[in-house]
Ligand binder design. Structure first.
Ligand code: SF4
Ligand code: ZN
Ligand code: ZN
Length: 315
């Protein structure tokens, strides 16, 4: 298999399996694909400050490297964020992930902040796992959403970028169809506009497959954590896992299937959900963030109280 552009050895076929490319031409193609995604979907404007969440895994590390290359051309400022969640599980998962994130911040020269959950909020995910009855990944997701937003705002960011990829998005779309959760589908956006005091959230890799991201990371020698979190069970559990495998098998049979599924959802289907009645929001009496109107405090503050042993009610 030879590169269609220069005839040297190809490393991957892209564009619905029709375009074999060598490492150099693939890297160029991948970077311009991410750039086109950012521009076409109005993800980032000139002079904005983008906080990029970097866990140390392949997706977020690749996103950091590509955004740092695009930042001058597209005229935005970039700041890296890593949260040390305090997950050990016998593998020192969090401290190794944080070390990997720092390595990538230093390689790209992007200014960054590492927040240690235990030091800043008084508890770790390992501790929450043993004391909170909800599934650990649900607690962890809640913590990451809240803390990333706080850190990004503290660093002056007005956009928060995450490394969700095409396979993740296809899985979320399918899971939404499967459960019929329209509110969840309505929130599943490549660009979530700033509202209710929250930052704009963007997913610049949402049309890039895991295979493309992995190839880019390997070809560009981007260091990343190979080991997954010891709690790793995809959010949504075994059904979501099966949906993901089914989608990946279908992609092998019908190249471009996931791209069409996700692009058609984003452009043609999701806009129908925009008129769905929204939840009535109240204000958390502790942190002032939006919360369901039937609750006085938000889920994160409730978690913090429970972990700190305070006496308020926790739901
Ligand atoms: Fe958090 Fe679960 Fe992801 Fe581990 S697998 S980092 S616990 S969401
Ligand atoms: Zn080539
Ligand atoms: Zn709160």
């Amino acid at each position: 298999m030879y590169c269609k552009k220069c005839n040297s050895k190809a490393v991957i076929r892209v564009h619905f399996n029709s375009l074999p490319l060598c490492a150099t031409h693939f890297s160029e193609w991948f970077e311009s694909k991410v750039e086109k995604t950012i521009v076409d979907y109005n993800m980032i404007q000139r002079h904005e400050t983008v906080g990029v969440a970097v866990s140390g895994g392949k997706d977020s590390s690749t996103l950091l490297h590509v955004l740092s290359k695009l930042s001058t051309k597209l005229g935005f400022d970039l700041v890296g964020i890593n949260i040390d969640l305090g997950i050990d599980g016998g593998t020192q998962y969090s401290s190794l992930s944080t070390q990997m994130a720092i390595k990538n911040f230093e390689l790209t020269g992007v200014r960054y902040k590492v927040l240690k959950l235990k030091e800043s909020y008084g508890f770790s995910i390992d501790e929450a796992k043993t004391r909170i009855r909800r599934p650990v990944c649900s607690t962890c997701g809640l913590v990451k959403r809240y803390v990333l937003e706080e850190v990004a705002k503290g660093l002056g960011a007005n956009v928060l970028a995450t490394g969700h990829n095409l396979n993740d998005m296809a899985q979320f779309v399918m899971a939404g169809y499967h459960t019929g959760d329209l509110q969840n589908l309505a929130r599943l956006r490549a660009v979530l506009p700033a509202e209710n005091g929250y930052l704009k959230k963007v997913k610049p890799l949402f049309l890039s497959s895991e295979k493309e991201i992995m190839t880019y990371a390997l070809m560009n020698k981007i260091p990343f954590m190979v080991d997954s979190c010891p709690n790793n069970r995809r959010v949504g559990g075994p059904t979501s896992d099966k949906l993901r495998k089914m989608l990946e098998a279908t992609e092998d049979e019908i190249p471009g299937f996931m791209t069409r599924l996700v692009e058609n959802f984003e452009k043609r289907i999701r806009p129908f959900f925009e008129d769905l009645p929204k939840y009535n929001l109240g204000k958390c009496k502790i942190c002032g963030k939006p919360t369901n109107s039937d609750r006085e405090i938000c889920s994160f503050c409730a978690l913090k109280i429970k972990m700190g042993g305070a006496k308020e009610n926790v739901t």
